[in-house]
Design a protein around this ligand. Structure first.
Ligand SMILES: CC(C)(COP(=O)(O)OP(=O)(O)OC[C@H]1O[C@@H](n2cnc3c(N)ncnc32)[C@H](O)[C@@H]1OP(=O)(O)O)[C@@H](O)C(=O)NCCC(=O)NCCS
Length: 182
C-alpha cells in the first residue's frame, strides 16, 4: 500500500531505508520526546525496521521527488496500542527528521492517514497523544482537528524507563467528516 499527498509519498519501510532512518533517528531532539532513545548505529535502525516498523499501517514519510524516508506515520491498530481495545479504533503516531520540521509535512501525512482510517479501514475513532511539554506535537493535533480528551499523570514510558504526564486527544468519524465540510 502506497499513499500519496501533494508533496509526500507514504510507503512501507524496507531494509534499504536503514541509513536514512539512522540519519534522522540518531537526533536527540526526535526520539526522546516521543518516548524512544536516539538510535546508536545503522544496525539498530535496521533492527527497528525489521521488528518495529512492521505494522500494516506503518509508513515511511518520503518527499515525492526523492522517495527517501525522512520520518514515520502510523495507525497503530488494536493489539499494538494501549489507547483502545476496540477493533474499530486506532492510535495515530508520527515523527519527522529535524531538517524537515516546520513545513507542515506531518499534518499533511497525518491528514491522509485519517482519511485512510475513516474511509478505507472503517475506523470510528482515532486516538492521539503527546507527553507534557511536547508543544510541537500538541500543535500538530490541534491543526488536524483533534479534540482534547484526558490527561494521565502517570504514564509509563517503557523504552526510557520513565513516568511522564500524557495528554490524549481523539477524532471521531463524524468530526472528521464535518471538518471536511461533509
Ligand atoms: C511533532 C513533529 C512531528 C511536527 O512535525 P512537522 O511536520 O514539523 O509539523 P508542523 O510543520 O506542522 O509544525 C508543528 C509545530 O512545530 C513547531 N515547529 C516547527 N518547526 C520548528 C522548528 N524548526 N523548531 C522548533 N519548533 C518548530 C511550530 O510550533 C509548529 O506549529 P505552527 O505550524 O503553528 O508554527 C516534529 O516536530 C517531530 O518529529 N518532533 C519530534 C518527535 C515527536 O514529537 N513526535 C510526536 C510524538 S507524540
Amino acid at each position: 500500500m502506497t499513499l500519496t499527498t501533494e508533496r509526500l509519498v507514504l510507503r512501507h519501510w524496507t531494509e534499504a531505508d536503514a541509513e536514512s532512518l539512522y540519519e534522522y533517528a540518531k537526533d536527540p531532539d526526535v526520539g526522546p520526546v516521543a518516548g524512544w532513545n536516539p538510535h546508536k548505529n545503522v544496525e539498530e535502525s535496521l533492527e527497528v525496521i525489521k521488528s518495529v516498523f512492521t505494522g500494516a499501517e506503518c509508513y515511511a514519510v518520503c518527499e515525492r521527488e526523492t522517495n527517501r524516508a525522512i520520518g514515520a506515520v502510523e495507525l497503530k491498530l488494536n493489539g499494538y496500542t494501549d489507547m483502545t481495545e476496540r477493533e474499530d479504533e486506532c492510535e495515530l503516531g508520527y515523527w519527522l527528521g529535524k531538517p524537515f520540521w516546520g513545513r507542515g509535512y506531518i499534518p499533511e501525512a497525518a491528514a491522509e492517514l485519517l482519511r485512510r482510517a475513516f474511509e478505507d479501514l472503517g475506523m470510528t475513532t482515532v486516538w492521539c497523544g503527546y507527553y507534557e511539554g511536547n508543544s510541537k506535537s500538541k500543535r500538530v493535533q490541534e491543526k488536524l482537528g483533534f479534540i482534547y480528551h484526558h490527561t494521565c499523570n502517570e504514564v509509563p514510558v517503557p523504552l526510557l524507563n520513565e513516568i511522564r504526564t500524557g495528554h490524549t486527544s481523539y477524532m471521531t468519524r463524524e468530526q472528521w467528516l464535518s471538518g471536511r465540510g461533509l
